[in-house]
Design a protein around this ligand. Structure first.
Ligand code: COA
Length: 322
């Protein structure tokens, strides 16, 4: 059997950091409120000239270095993002050019916070059908560019960053299962009112800022992790103990804890970065993965479960041997 196996991981975080205390000086909020409701303490914010593409490139270079792979060996580049550098071309083609290569397909996937897992699912299917032997999958965002800094209900929640994995074909188990889903019914619970074809016009409520019905999204997220847990249990024939590490999308510590509980996963086996990174959307899972690998917590041979939920709504999971 052929598998796509992670050969290298990498990430990039902007240097600029905004703490909850910094936010207190910018809007009517408090460190206490943010910590209690979300578990967040600080977030990285892209500086001038720093983009989804520039952070993706650094994350990709680090992942390629760990994999001991040259960029021109890649058969495919997928970037999960809802904050691309430009409308066209895809950020993946910008990363490709900056890596100094050409020819292999390069595309962006917009599934909001589930973007990395959608990208992983997409790339994995090429491996399973023999269409790719080496691929770069990135999750990267500059969400702070589309938050309204005058809206305390969303501005405190997001951060920027990028994470990348290099996949390589292997006879050894790698990606074991992926599941991705969507339901457009709840579009307006988490969205931007303006857009390319709808147009941008703040005077008639079509701006480009993130809007969220936080409480309703919270409830859907918790319920969705329940269905992800059931799919995973089915994949494992009920043997949840086989999972060494759970890496959930880092939206909110309370959601992470609820999701871990559904999976009967003790918090010691949950990778959490929400305190340091806040919600980095599609970047959050590969960022957390890279951190845990480089800290030596996740080791070769460990079984990982990744799960995400995001605007759309979209959601998904991936189970793999690292
Ligand atoms: N600082 C201080 N007070 C704030 C605040 C802030 N940054 N943001 C909101 N509040 C206030 C509200 O105005 C409200 O005040 P009121 O009771 O006087 O009306 C109060 O806090 C409670 O607001 P509510 O929205 O009910 O809080 P909550 O417990 O639901 O927590 C979220 C808010 C956003 C943290 C929470 O709903 C959440 O995490 N939702 C999911 C977010 C998410 O995961 N999004 C991405 C999905 S990928």
């Amino acid at each position: 059997m052929t598998y796509a196996r992670i050969a290298g991981v990498g990430s990039c975080l902007p240097e600029k950091v905004l703490t909850n205390k910094d936010l207190e000086g910018m809007m009517d909020t408090s460190d206490e409120w943010i910590r209690e409701r979300t578990g967040m303490k600080r977030r990285h914010v892209a500086g001038e000239g720093e983009t989804t593409g520039s952070m993706s490139l650094i994350a990709a270079q680090r992942a390629l270095e760990m994999a001991g792979m040259a960029a021109d060996e890649l058969d495919m580049i997928v970037v999960g993002t809802c904050t691309p550098d430009k409308i066209i071309p895809a950020t993946a083609t910008i990363v490709q050019r900056e890596l100094g290569i050409k020819g292999c397909p390069a595309l962006d996937v917009n599934a909001a916070c589930s973007g990395f897992l959608y990208g992983l699912d997409y790339a994995n299917r090429y491996f399973l059908t023999g269409g790719a032997k080496k691929a770069l999958v990135i999750g990267a965002e500059t969400l702070t560019r589309i938050v309204n800094w005058e809206d305390r209900t969303t501005a405190v929640l997001f951060g920027d960053g990028a994470g990348a994995v290099v996949l390589e074909v292997s006879d050894e188990p790698g990606i074991l299962a992926t599941h991705i889903h969507a339901n457009g019914e709840f579009e307006e619970l988490l969205h931007t009112t303006g857009g390319i074809s709808r147009g941008f016009d703040a005077s008639c409520d079509r701006d480009g800022f993130v809007r969220m019905e936080g409480n309703a999204v919270f409830k859907r997220a918790v319920a969705t992790f329940d269905s992800i847990a059931r799919e995973t249990v089915a994949d494992l024939d009920g043997h949840l103990d086989d999972i060494d590490w759970f890496i959930p999308h880092q939206a909110n510590m309370r959601i992470i804890k609820a999701a871990a509980k559904k999976l009967s996963m003790p918090m010691e086996r949950v990778i959490s970065t929400v305190d340091e990174h806040a919600n980095t959307s599609a970047a959050s899972i590969p960022l957390a993965l890279d951190l845990a690998v480089r800290e030596g917590r996740i080791k070769r041979g460990d079984t990982l479960l990744m799960a995400a939920f995001g605007a759309g709504f979209t959601w998904g999971s991936a189970m793999l041997k690292f």
